[in-house]
Design a binder for this molecule. Structure first.
Ligand SMILES: [Zn+2]
Length: 465
């Protein structure tokens, strides 16, 4: 029997605003417990919320970047439930009228529809010693809800990577899954082909892309096993057990009725002017998708290098700065993806803490491409720039690393080597390629690596023949 899988996502995204969603408390990860709280986010009697304009801007930005329709009337609602990390006894969210609706993100072979993106506030969390930490209570969140368009784990991961790229490059969120600034809930159902959607199971807060993939694949198998045995699927919420790579029962799924949604009477409707929305539209940076196209079509970079160059803003800025200084994209890409990452990995460096003068790299590339230094020198001077911010010209001159360009001098040395190795010359003439390599090796030794390989080959052949 063939089965069809339908997966929808609910992605919670913490916004990179300075302040919380409805008060002026700092919105920051890692502070001392309960440092960033005030009467509003602690829900003391009489405290009134004021929506954060920056958070609304970022929600609109996300909507524009994901092809959504933006609603110019902003309304907030209350989602009522009781839990100790929720001081008000309700969460302010947008239930009836989400700010962004009906968008999409294109995967390589498929379009994923975004049903809505709405704004809400985060809850607090249980602190280190089972205390409650309200620093996170009131932090601005977006919840992005997709249609159940995904059919397998790979499509989900592809989507999440594209989404993260958009959010990071537009400075909307840092999307650190391990710090909880991007949290993914998976809604999954399995059905026999041509049947309506099966019963849905939700998997909450899976901690990494790797685990998301494992959780989905485990859950698909579990559903199929149950269906094969003629059992039905319970509608429930599950969590992923990272140690055993399985999903386990968490609770029965709440229904909409459980939350008694109602309009928040404390927050009057906000009308967004066209001017305000346009001002955000005008400051949208070039999206990673467009950059991808340019890197592929115009610069002819490999898929792997494109992924690396778009892996962080810092790397991307470095690449684009070097391109803007008229360096050939392919050379820059090879240098960053090859040499730079080799240095970073071998020396366990953090890219955000490395500081060097970008002009030094431009200078170095220029010297290399003009055949003034060998590839080995190119690499070692690059290392010096990254680690010690060394001026390449000083370094090359000080260590006498320029290639030898005096043709008479080169010819004399090569003639000398030919004269001293008559056997190798004869062997080569009799078809032994190895003998030629030996002669090249002797020349390299004599020039201490400071003569261009092509020149050596050319002059050797000229005098042997
Ligand atoms: Zn506060």
């Amino acid at each position: 029997m063939d089965y069809k899988v339908n997966i929808g996502l609910e992605v919670h995204i913490e916004l990179l605003t300075k302040n919380k969603m409805f008060c002026m408390c700092k919105s920051r990860f890692g502070d001392e417990e309960n440092k960033n709280v005030c009467p509003i986010c602690l829900a003391l009697p009489g405290a009134l919320p004021t929506p954060n304009k920056d958070a609304i801007s970022l929600a609109i930005k996300t909507g524009i970047a994901t092809n959504c329709k933006i609603d110019n009337k902003v309304l907030f609602d209350r989602k009522n439930y009781f839990y100790k990390d929720l001081p008000k006894g309700y969460q302010i969210t947008q239930f009836y009228k989400p700010i962004c609706t009906n968008g999409y993100i294109n995967l390589e072979n498929k379009k994923i529809t975004i049903k809505e993106i709405h704004m809400e506030e985060d809850a607090g969390k249980i602190g280190k010693n089972n205390t409650i930490d309200y620093n996170r209570a009131g932090v601005p969140l977006l919840e992005l809800v997709t249609m159940p368009d995904f059919e397998n784990a790979d499509e989900v991961i592809e989507f999440l990577k594209l989404l993260r790229e958009i959010l990071v490059f537009c400075n909307i969120s840092d999307c650190k899954i391990q710090e909880g600034s991007m949290r993914v809930d998976i809604n999954l159902s399995v059905r026999k082909e041509n049947m309506p959607l099966g019963n849905r199971v939700e998997i909450k807060n899976v901690g990494s892309f790797k685990s998301i993939k494992k959780a989905i694949n485990y859950e698909i198998k579990r559903h199929i096993n149950l269906l094969e045995k003629g059992n039905s699927i319970n509608i429930e919420t599950r969590k992923f057990d990272e140690n055993n790579n399985i999903t386990v029962f968490m609770r029965n799924k709440e229904t909409i009725e459980d939350y008694c949604y109602l309009k928040d009477p404390d927050i009057p409707p906000i009308n967004l002017s066209e001017k305000f929305i346009n001002s955000i539209l005008n400051t949208m940076p070039m999206l990673p998708k467009e950059k991808r196209e340019i890197y592929k079509q115009q610069y002819n970079l490999s898929q792997n290098n494109i992924d690396i160059i778009l892996s962080s803003i810092k790397i991307n800025n470095l690449f684009e700065d070097l391109i803007n200084q008229n360096n050939p994209p392919k050379e820059v890409s090879n240098l960053i993806c090859g040499e730079l990452f080799k240095i970073i990995n071998e020396h366990s460096l953090d890219i955000s803490n490395i500081n060097f003068n970008i002009k030094y790299i431009s200078t170095l590339i220029n010297i290399f491409l003009n055949n003034k230094i060998s590839r080995d020198t190119y690499k070692s001077v690059f290392f010096e720039i990254i680690i010690n911010n060394t001026n390449p010209i000083f370094f090359i001159e000080k260590n006498n690393l320029y290639l030898i360009t005096d043709t008479n001098f080169i010819e004399n040395i090569i003639i000398d080597i030919i004269n001293k190795n008559p056997n190798s010359v004869n062997d080569y003439k009799n078809g032994k390629e190895k003998a030629f390599k030996y002669l090249v090796g002797q020349c390299m030794k004599a020039f201490k690596g400071k003569c261009n390989n092509n020149i050596i080959n050319e002059i050797l052949l000229k005098y042997i023949n």
